[in-house]
Each structure stands twice: as structure tokens, then as C-alpha cells.
Design a protein around this ligand. Structure first.
Ligand SMILES: [Fe+2]
Ligand SMILES: [Fe+2]
Length: 134
């Protein structure tokens, strides 16, 4: 994914945008390792991605808790489903091609950002400040 493509996925919360960008970047690392037949490197990069995603998900939930976002439960469930989908993609990739894996992971992440992350980001920018000032 290029920075220009990523611009359309930016939520306007810097630390979150940075973490999203890093997750997409790891997918490029995976393909780079595949090109060099470095499958230990592939596995390490995939482990890093899952680890980073788990930390990222925790950070998002904390942000939501801090501003009393009303749909935290839904978002927690969405993260669990997303993690299960990522793990399934990775397991399948051991038997198929890695371009397919990174495309699949990319679209899972994009869907989550556009369906779920935008909601708390909009809430953080527009609703939470209003509630605080009341
Ligand atoms: Fe999320
Ligand atoms: Fe996110």
C-alpha cells in the first residue's frame, strides 16, 4: 500500500494512524522475505503483525474506555473476529501463495478500519469534546 492509498484510511488520530500504517508495512516485509526465500523471516514478520495487532487493539479499547464510547463491546467482538480471520489467513498461506495472504490480510484490515475504527475516531473528534464541555 502506498502512502497516497493510505491517506484515504487515515482517521486523524496520529498514534492510531501510525499503528495502522505499520501493520500495512509489515505486509510488504512479508512479501520481501518471500522474494528472498526467507521463510523464517516470513514467520517472524507474521508473528510481529499478530503481536502488533493485539497491542493496537488494546490501545484502541483504552481510548474508547477513556471517552465512554458507547459501542466498545461491538468493537471488542470485531477485534476478536478479525484476529481469528488473520490467524486463518496465515494458516491457509502455509499451503498457498503469500501474495494471496497479504492481499487477504490487507482487505481484512481495511474493512475493519472503514467499518469500525472510523466510528470511534469520529466520536473522539466530534462527540466526546462536546460532551466534555457540557
Ligand atoms: Fe479497531
Ligand atoms: Fe485499528
Amino acid at each position: 500500500m502506498t502512502l497516497i492509498e493510505f491517506d484515504t484510511l487515515k482517521l486523524g488520530i496520529e498514534e492510531i494512524d501510525t499503528e495502522h500504517w505499520e501493520m500495512f508495512n509489515i505486509l510488504d516485509v512479508v512479501l520481501e522475505k518471500v522474494r528472498h526465500n526467507d521463510y523464517d523471516g516470513v514467520n517472524n514478520a507474521l508473528d510481529t503483525m499478530l503481536h502488533d495487532f493485539t497491542n493496537h487493539a488494546d490501545r484502541e479499547i483504552l481510548i474508547m474506555q477513556n471517552m465512554n464510547f458507547p459501542f466498545i463491546g461491538t468493537h471488542i467482538v470485531a477485534h476478536s473476529i478479525l484476529l481469528a480471520m488473520l490467524e486463518r489467513e496465515i494458516k491457509n498461506a502455509l499451503r498457498s501463495d503469500y501474495q494471496n495472504l497479504t492481499d487477504g490480510v490487507e482487505s481484512i484490515l481495511i474493512d475493519h478500519i472503514l467499518q469500525y475504527d472510523v466510528l470511534y475516531a469520529e466520536y473522539a473528534k466530534h462527540i466526546a469534546p462536546q460532551l466534555e464541555s457540557q
